[in-house]
Ligand binder design. Sequence first.
Ligand code: PLP
Length: 426
Amino acid sequence: MSEHAAPPEGADFGHDFARALDAADPLRPYRDWFVYADDTIYLDGNSLGRLPKGTPARLQEVVGDQWGRSLIRSWPRWTEFATAVGDRLGREVLGVDDGQVAISDSTTVNLYKLINAALDLRPDRRTILIEKDNFPTDLYVVQGIAQARGITCVYLDSDIDRGVDVSLVADALSDDVALVVLSHVAYRSGALADMVSITAAAHEAGALTLWDLCHSAGSVRIPLREATADFAVGCTYKYLNAGPGAPAYLYVRRDLQSQARQPIWGWFSQRDQFGMDQQYAAADGMARFLTGTPNMLGIASVDEGLNAIADAGIGQIQEGGRLLTGYAQLLADEWLRPLDFAVASPRQPSRRGAHLTLHHEQAWQVCQAMIARDVVPDFRTPDRLRLGFSPLTTSYDEVWRGLDQIRQIVQVGEHLAFPTERAAVT
Ligand SMILES: Cc1ncc(COP(=O)(O)O)c(C=O)c1O
């Protein structure tokens, strides 16, 4: 099933088959590591991952012991926390050696820091390439920086379901392109970009690459090392299960670190922070990409979220995601295609992350009807239902029941009772 979503031997569309898949699933024991508060069918772990059972106690330890009892005396153990947990995330999730990842700020702020750092490394080049369907915050940050620097932003005309391919990028590269900003897994369709070939094409043209890993970290293997990718950013609240507003991470390839400078010269990136010098001097290594005081509670939560991933291993998680999306695609083809749904993700599981997107003209109404039945998907403009399967926490039973609920809703037209106008906040 992992390559072409062909039904496994003896597959049928009955509920028992979903239960049998769960019984044989090597990732099944990890469900016990997470909180399932009720019977909600949760197909949105790629927006906000479930709460690991260990996190409340871990936060209580940081609050009660480290803060409550030890107060400021906890700083010696906190100073290295952003880079130590960054190293762990780098090893377990990004597949890179220590000293190249730090936990810091939000994805948006890290984009700002690293795009500026990259442009300063290519001062004679005046163009940034970005996919036109990249995540909005990536687009907005690039637009703001392009305007402030008076440089050009060129949009790659990618297909919203198939994403970017190497020829699209290669055709747009020139000796004026400083930086290529792309998502590894597309937020809308889940399309997986060929990081290795695209980075090679960019490097051949003398450009740098910055990868947004928000939808790939914790769902697929990320070939940063193999690609010799230059920069990357990502969030921790999706498949990394660190919770709402948990801090993001950034990756800078080791050999670029001594030349790269980010523009927010905060005291946590100062060489001798407590020397209180009046003149800024950038620290060595990943510390130079920090800004102000890191969020210790947030970093503890990132560290806690990494436990299950480290135990299961990213290879097994990737395979689990392919099987879950493959199974969902089988059910969607069988049950939902006759109801005017179409798969709007690459059909081959190996060409996508761990979510499956379905096109339907009334996707917004279907989404609301599902939520009214305690089935939580995501809606994505213009008319897409996005179903996120988190390999550590989503069961085949949940997939079966979730798709069955969609079938039931649309068969009887239950969704038509919901507003057609999309609410401003979703
Ligand atoms: C691909 C991608 N990039 C960036 C972000 C947002 O980053 P931030 O954590 O700064 O809100 C998201 C949020 O969902 C995302 O999906």
